[in-house]
Design a binder for this molecule. Sequence first.
Ligand SMILES: Cc1ncc(COP(=O)(O)O)c(C=O)c1O
Length: 418
Amino acid sequence: MTSETAADMFGEIDPRPCLLMGPGPINAYPRVLRAMAAPLLGQFDPQFTAYMNQTMALYRQVFETENHWTFLIDGTARAAIEAVLVSAIEPGDRVLVPVFGRFGHLKVEIATRIGADVRVIEAEWGTVFRPEQIEAALLEHRPKLVAICQGDTSTTMAQPLDEIGALCRRHGVLTYVDATASLGGMPLPVDRWQLDAVTAGLQKCLGGPSGSAPITLGPRMVEVIERRRHIERGLRPADGSGGGSNGRIIGSNYFDLAMLMDYWGERRLNHHTEASSMLYAARECARIILGEGLVACHERHAAAGGAMVAGLVAMGLELFGDQRHKMPNVTGILIPPGIDGERVRGRMLADFSIEIGSSFGPLHGRIWRIGTMGYNCRKDAVLTTLAALETVLAAEGFKVPRGAAADAALAHYGTGTA
Ligand SMILES: Cc1ncc(COP(=O)(O)O)c(C=O)c1O
């Protein structure tokens, strides 16, 4: 019998640092990690509720909205997706999901579980929709809500959304946008584009760890949700009065946006226990982006994405998808014939401690995905990744013009030596 305890067997968590250049998660800004180490507070401590209010104000600016109901869902990005769908859609409601990658299918799956009458239009992976295609589907299906990605990281495509909100409004349809992978990396002026609900995740362009999902709800969406407002029995007075509206109760307690609004609002009705360290993280992510300036942050993502593309093309690699609609912050690369994509990823990780991504479903094993976002949206991260990939590809037998990638990336940045 050994007296060794589990605590002896398993050492303190101390992973080898890694440069995370996949489609997310990415390395968090050091400032965000420092904020997470701040002392914990009670959730109704006035200091903490002040931080909650500040977080709401900060994210209104990040989302470019006047929406009062702008707050955080505790959970990864899909928690916020699920919260919007379960709170806005009742079983039998019709939902239109334009699918152009894996994360469109995710919304179909969530809406189906809720019991929605889900209608799907599909664009080939690597392409996006034209507004006319969406309008034709609105006319054919007459949905209550359209749920669509801005950037679908599985294909690296970005759906233009500037016309979609207005289009939906003309047809009396609510618009929900999943901006998990794009908020902070490209423009998304929520009010100007007339979007009724938008959600995000921290672990991409916002530069934090996963586990908190910013959300903003416009008045039309709030009205739909308020009609289903219920108050938990244990929070009502002894006579049980004040239970809320007569609408159908939202089919999830954790993701009940009406309850969450009561928690984040002046009533401060107890719901879950807010994830304090994640709130600190989300607050700091927003402060970093707004401190830099939204436009400057978008430009930084465009510059890094452009430099990455220039380097990859100079290496002789072919990019995936319609490049006119590529997300600035994620690049898809076709794995060259004869090259084992997983071996390359494995060597990148083992030899250089750099993570790059593969993709899902029909694209698994066909493309790599390289992200340039948040804290890792930096010239040195781009150049290091390109140099490492060049070395690994050469070792795997792919003919690479040595040094061309870094030269091209530097030239894109306007600091080339050539
Ligand atoms: C567009 C999009 N939506 C949703 C998700 C799911 O996010 P999470 O893993 O944080 O739940 C992702 C993750 O990559 C994504 O890119």
